[in-house]
Every structure is written in structure tokens, then in C-alpha cells.
Design a protein around this ligand. Structure first.
Ligand code: ATP
Ligand code: MG
Length: 219
């Protein structure tokens, strides 16, 4: 049977339990063989000052998934350097994993911006997408995407808790919409907390917290 590989891309500045718990939920639901955590080298849509280096963000991902059977860190974007475009990553993974089924996993907040991604239509034809619910965002807002116009009822049913999962296949795309348990955790909040010396315990794995403190990140 074809290997099913999930790919969670992100800045991971830093990686946290919101990423890990959501990835585990979709791994289980979609029966993925593994999930690759792919920190970007240069996120095209972010302009963070004093961002830890790509090597440091990758190291935090390594620490977070160490010992997990199904999660792997991937240095594919860090090695490539330059702006990290998902289309390049997916094409590279398709070459290195012939025959595998690829599932790109993204939060609802990121997917709402999909039309700003490089070659987004081609990208959506190349692999399945998994869109995760995220506190503060509604699936209904996806109706503004032309290919989901008319799916309002289905999207509202997810927001209303009538279903936890829906698969839509507009225009030859394959998009799995997943309501995952909500962890109101974000890297932005973690960075702000570190800055004001507030606790970040239970927002992310202990090893990552220790790394942040030892390297004086976000202080
Ligand atoms: P920042 O606050 O810096 O944007 P973030 O917490 O959103 O950081 P990213 O590295 O941007 O983390 O996230 C990578 C991917 O994981 C994105 O697609 C994002 O939507 C998703 N994601 C992050 N946190 C959660 C969460 N708590 N629940 C569901 N999806 C999440
Ligand atoms: Mg984000």
C-alpha cells in the first residue's frame, strides 16, 4: 500500500503543543504513516524581527519530536535556503518519495491566505491538503475562496460541531477539513510571554523550553 505522509510546514518560532497535538490527531484520523515537521528557512509571509536562525528553529523541532515514532523533523527547507515555497518542498518530496501519498497539513488561519502562496492552484492539484480548525477562525470564512463558494452549509456544519471532518473535492483539489481539539497556543503568544518573563510551561515540550532559556531566545 502507498505510504501516507503528512507534512506540517511552519515557522516553528517556536514549535509548541498546538502543532504536536493537531498533528497527532490528523495522523490518527487519516492513518498517516508519518508526519514530517518542516521548518521554513525564510517564511515568505512573515517579517519577524530577531527571529532565531533556521538552524535554531529546526533544532527546537528536533527536540520536540525526539522519541516520537511517527513524527520526524525535516531539514528540507532549511537546506534549500532562500524563500521557502511549499510548492518547491512538495515537488522535492514527490521526487524523493515516489509513490507516496502526500498530505500537506495547515491551520485554517494559514489556509485562508492560500491564494497568496506561490503557484497555489498547481500546489493544490499536487497533493491533498488537510486544514485544521484553530481558535478564533471559522471554516465558514473559507467561502471567500472561489473554489469553496457554495460550500457554505458544509463549512457551517463544521463550525457548529455537527461534524468533525469533511472532505471537499472542488476543481480537482482534495481538501480534508478537520475540527481538531482546540489548544489556544501560538508561537506569537509564547514569544510575548518569554519577553515579559511569564511562564510557558505546558505550552511546549520541556526540552524546547530548556533550549529557549539556555539560548536566551525571545528574551
Ligand atoms: P505564529 O504565532 O508565529 O504565527 P503559530 O503558532 O501560528 O506561530 P506557525 O509556525 O505559524 O505557528 O504554524 C505552523 C502551522 O501550524 C500553521 O499552518 C498554523 O496554522 C498551524 N497551527 C499552529 N498552531 C496551531 C494550533 N494551536 N491549532 C491548529 N493549528 C495550528
Ligand atoms: Mg502562524
Amino acid at each position: 500500500m502507498a505510504q501516507k505522509i503528512g507534512i506540517l510546514g511552519g515557522t516553528f518560532n517556536p514549535v509548541h503543543y498546538g502543532h504536536l497535538a493537531a498533528a497527532e490527531e490528523v495522523r490518527d484520523r487519516l492513518k498517516l504513516d508519518r508526519v514530517l515537521f518542516v521548518p521554513s528557512f525564510l517564511p515568505p509571509h512573515k517579517n519577524e524581527e530577531d527571529m532565531p536562525s533556521a538552524a535554531q528553529r529546526l533544532e527546537m523541532v528536533r527536540l520536540a519530536v525526539a522519541g516520537s515514532r511517527n513524527f520526524r523533523p525535516s531539514d528540507i527547507e532549511v537546506r534549500r535556503g532562500g524563500k521557502s515555497f511549499t510548492i518547491d518542498t512538495i515537488e522535492e518530496l514527490q521526487e524523493s518519495h515516489p509513490g507516496a501519498e502526500l498530505y500537506f497539513i495547515t491551520g485554517l488561519d494559514s489556509f485562508l491566505e492560500i491564494r497568496s502562496w506561490k503557484d497555489w492552484e498547481r500546489l493544490l492539484r499536487k497533493c491533498s491538503f488537510v486544514v485544521l480548525s484553530r481558535p478564533g477562525f471559522r471554516f465558514q470564512d473559507l467561502e471567500e475562496l472561489p473554489f469553496l463558494a457554495g460550500s457554505g452549509k458544509e463549512l457551517a456544519a463544521l463550525d457548529n460541531g455537527e461534524h468533525i471532518q469533511a472532505i471537499v473535492e472542488p476543481d480537482g483539489f482534495r481538501i480534508c477539513l478537520e475540527v481538531v481539539p482546540h489548544y489556544d497556543i501560538s508561537s506569537t503568544d509564547i514569544r510575548t510571554r518569554v519577553k515579559r518573563s511569564a511562564t510557558i510551561k505546558y505550552h511546549l515540550p520541556d526540552a524546547v523550553e530548556t533550549y529557549i532559556i539556555a539560548n536566551k531566545l525571545y528574551a
